[in-house]
Write a protein that binds this ligand. Structure first.
Ligand code: ADP
Ligand code: MG
Length: 309
């Protein structure tokens, strides 16, 4: 119960992108090696996330749309060292209450899958189906029962671009996973599994990157900058999560320059990050942020000393 009150953070779904984020994170948490995402009308009409992960046990399928049902956290101490993306057990519940949802899943030890239809949070049908191992969640007509929120959704294009950016972010932090993204039936992304980050980054942006890295006191930073100039873009990952930390982003921009694409991965001991600051877990607080800044500065200082390294 203590766990529940600590992690309950109200509703988390405000847009189709929020929805895709939660579904993709669930797919990643299920150790999928392939994730296929489809959307119609920027996700407002339809979202589908299909994975080849572990699947959901047939006895548990109905539970996943119940509030605070998570298979990922056992007690309070776990909160400090979360390695999975999800831990609140709230996302599928929240999505299911504001959409028409079809969940299909086949557990890796089962011969057959389960299909469950949920409308506005109510299970309206459940049956066995043949399907490959893994999970497929389809979300129709997000906010169909919440006209006000529906009205405040952004234009189709805006919502679509948010989702494309989101998939890029997860592809950059999960380079061994095959991601595809289709929008209105057209292929937008098809990213094959890669051996390392650099390969994924270069495949995604279509140009060459330079790598710099530094390690100190169990803090590991790798920073990739595009060799060609372009309109500046920056991606930041802390312990494999795409994060927004305005302060740090601004700092990296200043050091790297404003005309490069920059992808920065920071790995640090879990106790140094607070992912629970914001319910969407995008805004993270890092203790000893100054140490990180120092290290980033050093990466570039080194380059000045050894220009031909
Ligand atoms: P959380 O991810 O915080 O645990 P969710 O509401 O996102 O909560 O999901 C609830 C539960 O449903 C998960 O803990 C997991 O057991 C199961 N689940 C959801 N999506 C998948 C998936 N794609 N593959 C396997 N299990 C899943
Ligand atoms: Mg989740």
């Amino acid at each position: 119960e203590e766990v529940i009150s600590k992690i309950s953070a109200g509703e988390v779904i405000e847009s189709p992108a929020d929805c895709v984020k939660e579904l993709v994170e669930n797919a990643l948490d299920a150790s999928s090696s392939r994730i296929d995402v489809e959307m119609l009308k920027g996700g407002k009409r339809y979202i589908c996330v299909r994975d080849n992960g572990t699947g959901i046990h047939r006895e548990d399928v109905h539970k996943v749309v119940q509030r605070w049902t998570t298979s990922k956290i056992k007690d309070m101490s776990d909160l400090m060292s979360i390695s999975s993306y999800g831990f609140r057990g709230e996302a599928l519940y929240a999505i299911s209450t504001v959409s028409k949802m079809i969940i299909k899943s086949r557990f890796f030890q089962d011969e057959i899958g389960i299909k469950m239809e949920v409308e506005g949070g109510k299970v309206i049908n459940k049956q066995e189906i043949g399907m490959p191992v893994g999970t497929c969640v389809e979300v129709y007509d997000l906010f169909y029962n919440l006209p006000v929120r529906l009205k405040f959704l952004k234009k189709e294009d805006t919502e679509r671009n948010k989702i494309i950016k989101l998939i890029k972010e997860y592809a950059l932090s999960n380079w061994n996973v095959h991601f595809t993204l289709h929008s209105n039936g057209r292929k937008v992304l098809d990213l094959y599994p890669c051996e390392d980050k650099k390969e994924r980054i270069e495949a995604l942006f279509g140009c060459k990157f330079e790598e710099k890295s530094i390690e100190k006191n169990s803090i590991n930073i790798s920073l990739y900058t595009s060799l060609e100039s372009s309109r500046g873009e920056i991606y930041l990952f802390v312990n494999s999560r795409p994060v927004h930390n305005k302060n740090l982003l601004e700092y990296i921009r200043k050091v790297v320059g404003y005309k490069k694409i920059c992808v920065c991965y920071i790995d640090l001991p879990p106790y140094m990050v607070d992912v629970n600051v914001h319910p969407k877990k995008r805004e993270v607080r890092i203790y000893k942020e100054n140490i990180i800044k120092e290290m980033i500065k050093e990466l570039f200082r080194r380059q000045e000393w050894y220009p031909f390294e």
